[in-house]
Design a binder for this molecule. Sequence first.
Ligand code: ADP
Ligand code: MG
Length: 898
Amino acid sequence: MERPRAWHAVSAAEALAALGSDINGLSDTEARRRLDAHGMNRLPEQRSEGPLQRLVAQFRNPLIYTLLAAAAISVGIGHGTDAMVIAAVVLVNALIGFVQEGRAERALAAIRDLVQPQASVRRDGRRQTIPAEAVVPGDVVLLEAGDRVPADLRLVEARGLRIDQAVLTGESVPVDKAPDAVSPDAALADRQSLALSGTLVTAGNGVGVVVATGAASELGRIGVLIGAVEPGATPLMRQMQSFARQLTVATLAVAVATFGVATLVRGYPLDTAFMAVIGLAVAAIPEGLPTVMTIALAIGVQRMAARNAIVRHLPAVETLGSVSVICTDKTGTLTRNEMLAASVVTAAGTIAVEGESYWPIGAFTAGGAVLDPASDPVLEELALAAALCNDAQLRQQGESWRVDGDPMEGALLALAAKAGHDIDAARTEFPRRDAIPFDARHRYMASLHARPGRSPVAFVKGAPERLLAMCTAVATPEGTAPLDRDAWARQVEALGGQGQRVLALARRALPPETGSLDPSLVERDLVLLGLIGLIDPPRSEARAAIAECREAGIAVKMVTGDHAATARAIALQLGLGPALRTLTGADLNRLDGVEFAVACRDAAVFARTSPEDKLRLVEALQAGGLVVAMTGDGVNDAPALKRADIGVAMGGRGTEAAKEASAIVLADDNFASIVAAVREGRTVHDNIRKLIGWTLPTDIGEGMTIVLAIAFGLTLPISAVQILWVNMVTTVALGLTLAFEPTEPGTMRRQPRPAGEPLLTPGLISRILFVSALVVAGAFGSYAWATARGLSLEAGRTMVVNALVVMEIFYLFSVRYVHGPSLTWQGVLGTPAVWIGIAISVVAQIAFTYAPPLQVVFGSAALAPAEAAVAVALGPLLLVAVEIGKWAVAKGVGGART
Ligand code: ADP
Ligand code: MG
């Protein structure tokens, strides 16, 4: 594009002409050409941390400082080899952290790319949904409530269009937009005729022509990032980081005290004492834990993405695991959102409609006999209304027909075509002059059409109760007849009872001069044309997912804008019943505080609800101590989505506003994906607990071994560099495997974890202490055995090092099944990750024990087969002891959570 122009000051027609476009939009070929010329509609990437910075960050860690200081002092006191070992370990640790964090980061970045905004454009005169990135200057963009404006637009049409421009101008209140030119020197905030990239449509709809994309847009110039996935630490990670800090401080204090006791009380030589406390610090500081936790979370995020749940807000990974109630909408989430108009009811009676998906062919039958739609003027007009009061577009793609826009409206287009209408011709013959868009609050849509040679007409379609209240008569082949509201209400109930979604259609002839619509024109004196019943089959996987929720102690509530009878019928088909308390928004409004809370807890179906009802429902459930996941798609759902513990937006049909307010976005809009995400959330939480439950006893056990040895004035059973060795081998090869653990069987048969439960539950703490004690006993025991056999110091310590690693390997199997016994066939088989980890540690231990260079560096010595066997035997011994402990706790405390 040339220099930015004052697009707001020229007329819409001039803007279109200047951009070489018109109201039908660009052609596909022209759009492609312009995409090549102008580039993608993308803001320049914000520079993230470079690899060098990430590598440097690995060294910014108190443990590393301690180790580097220790290495320096070691050189000073003549322990050159030890200094080198320490330096090598520091380097290896940093490199592993660097590589793993890089992997985690890349995984998260890849997920960020999955939530790509879409835009509706008109090209070649047809509405199309394309990635917002592919929008080019001159494109004609259609805006609706809930959309993020994809590029800077000069408005051509606007109906009740209000836009929230806070991102650009900081104004907190949405502003009205209109296509009229404004003064050339209007400030950015006052350019009423522009819709600026990145701002949010809060109401109404409009059409605009793109004047600037990407970096050339106003947003691009100031460089704000919108709707990005939020990074940040999760509550668990923060809990863990502060715990690790406390443990570090405590360890350093114990180290200083131990050093004092060693030198002053026990008379150890200074350098021995010094190396011992270094070993202690290395052992007890859980340096690898935060990194491994990040990896576990990243893996959870990846697994959720593979199950179509895209995490936008990292803490959601954990919260998902504790969800105790899921409030889900019906249409498209529990049902397939593949609509088919199956019945029509007019004053003459009920007509069945045949057909499949959105194919525009199918017969009408009444009482078993095929009916010629041309012979029924009411049916014809009803079908015309369905085609005109409609924003969707059908398109044949290979063997199937697809909808651009609302699937329900697509089904209405198919119906109109079956009734003999040519949609494009009808839309040309009866051009639309104005429209009131559908809104979940007023539950109808209206459009105003010119009619050649006749006065204009408004067609209205919407929820039947709403429309029946606005109608005064019903159309008949002869003209009109009085309306029997009760009889029609029974028809609605009957269709709804079969699970059909019911729409009513009506018309009102208006005076010739009418050029625009407002609610007062369509909310009275309508003539009812009839009802249309649409079937939308339940998703079979939703039924299974609901059953899974029941086992997992998660309540499922259907919250829909649809009619109570329809909602109830679908709920029954999905197995939400058998006892189904159904409430409508109107019922909810009649209830006061306590009754409301009880109703929210007990009812399973909430019909004809408004977005405000959703918000009240979330708040009432949360007040009852529940952790709530709530789905939503509309712009008005944003408050409820934000308020819920887990806001779930629909990736397909959801508005940008809903996606941005949500913690997760469902790529396939499917209820089953929410449940899959909950399962992964529980798995991540389990794995993090496993990591902690495995890491801490080893760390504490090694640390305690040194403290006790010094306290009793014994020879240290393990040296500082040997502790470094054990930590490196085990955290890298073994600990990391826990981040990859699959879901434990029975995970979805447990009740949800209580909200706010601390990471270190009393059960976990007592197990950590128990296993730490076993590790200490194993270390001293094997050393004592070696001494009793008259082995050298080196051989004794080598036995201890091997015993520690073997115990950790066996303990790993115990930790892998927190919620059940580990000595099962499944448990023994393990995962490939586990076996790779074990293979690496075994090879490393053989090298440590028998390879001469390592013997020199680490002070190890070769072991005779009997000695090696004793060290190895300690592993199964520990496993059996831990399993007995698990079993005793389960018996004694009645299945207390460990
Ligand atoms: P749901 O929870 O099923 O998605 P909605 O809030 O979308 O419910 O719709 C509520 C009711 O509004 C529907 O049952 C239908 O009667 C009516 N409705 C939905 N979409 C439209 C539309 N595009 N035009 C007219 N009426 C609609
Ligand atoms: Mg809907």
